[in-house]
Design a protein around this ligand. Structure first.
Ligand SMILES: Nc1nc2c(c(=O)[nH]1)N[C@@H](CN(C=O)c1ccc(C(=O)N[C@@H](CCC(=O)O)C(=O)O)cc1)CN2
Ligand SMILES: [Mg+2]
Length: 296
């Protein structure tokens, strides 16, 4: 079998176009565009690229982008003061603090300070709790984008066995909650799981979010399974001094067995930014007392 490639880049472009088409009616109703504030502390090169991409995508969707770049030595209190100011700013519908933060800052304290109604990353415990009990929440972007790709590839997910590899608060746990809501049978596996290959072999859906380059091998995959690779790992490339991006799955091996698979790059990654815009539009509607935009 050779897997169908799930083109996250194309799907994300379509979602962004649908979002952009909804912005004018929001502007007409409220007299302003949805606003997203992105806070970057320090000069981590990958984070700088992601923040630039978020700014560009926000502006292209017709939304307002507020960028706040702070030096690496910014104190936790100064960051909390900025978050408080953004919470109080009515033109800001979404607040995102780019991770990772410098080590002297307690990221839990910062995420907890964001108004849950503006928490477009869905990382606040209030949104995590709402997701867990099935109440209206803002849902973390990477799992949300992964679910959209799965539903597009497979349609109804009900009854399928999903194995999520990774138990982080920002991907693994919310991914498992979203799959449970779709009536999947969900197994969360992780670094301590015994016989991980044997567990993964049971899966109709594999979501790999461990952060270890090419850990999931082709002989772990049940023939025809759908593989969602959340990993983004930079490894040495073929030429000296060059690097390349790989996922958590050994792509060629897994693609030879799976029914469908997301590539890295061009799979889940672009969905993260498209879903950030989706969450910003949803947060803006809720804050303005409007019903959620449909069909996104
Ligand atoms: N506050 C947050 N911080 C971080 C998040 C997040 O969702 N919220 N996620 C990641 C980084 N991230 C967005 O912030 C992100 C990562 C990757 C991509 C992406 O499109 N990747 C491309 C490849 C890009 C490249 O060449 O490097 C792909 O996979 O095709 C978008 C967003 C950690 N921090
Ligand atoms: Mg820290």
């Amino acid at each position: 079998m050779t897997a169908r490639i799930i083109d996250g880049k194309a799907f994300a472009a379509g979602l962004r176009a649908r979002l952009a088409a909804r912005v004018p009616s929001f502007v007409e109703k409220t007299g302003r565009a949805p606003g997203l504030a992105v806070v970057l502390v320090g000069e981590d090169p990958a984070s700088q690229v992601y923040v630039r991409s978020k700014h560009k995508a926000t502006v292209e969707a017709g939304m307002q982008s507020f960028e706040h770049r702070l030096p690496a030595e910014t104190s936790q209190q100064a960051l909390l003061d900025l978050v408080a100011a953004l919470n109080a700013d009515d033109s800001v519908d979404g607040i995102l603090v780019q991770l990772p933060l410098p080590p002297h800052i307690d990221d839990k304290a910062v995420l907890a300070a964001i108004d849950p109604a503006k928490d477009v990353d869905g990382f606040h415990v209030v949104n995590a709790g709402r997701l867990a009990v099935g109440e209206e929440a803002l849902v973390p972007c990477t799992p949300l984008g992964s679910l959209m790709l799965l539903q597009d590839a497979l349609g109804d997910l009900s009854g399928l066995h999903a194995v999520v590899i990774g138990r982080s608060n920002i991907v693994g746990k919310p991914m498992a909650q979203l799959l449970l809501q779709q009536s999947c049978t969900v197994t969360i596996a992780h670094s301590r799981t015994k016989d991980l290959p044997g567990i993964v072999r049971l899966a109709d859906i594999v979501v790999a979010a461990v952060g270890r380059a090419e850990m999931v091998r082709g002989d772990w995959i049940k023939p025809g399974a759908t593989v969602i690779d959340v990993g983004i790992n930079r490894v040495p490339g073929a030429e000296p001094g060059k690097t390349k991006l790989v996922g958590d799955c050994a792509y060629d091996e897994c693609a030879a067995v799976a029914g469908a698979i997301t590539p890295v790059p061009g799979g889940v990654g672009p969905m993260t930014i498209a879903c950030l815009l989706r969450n910003t539009l949803v947060a803006a509607h809720r804050r303005a007392g409007l019903s959620d935009p449909e069909g996104l």
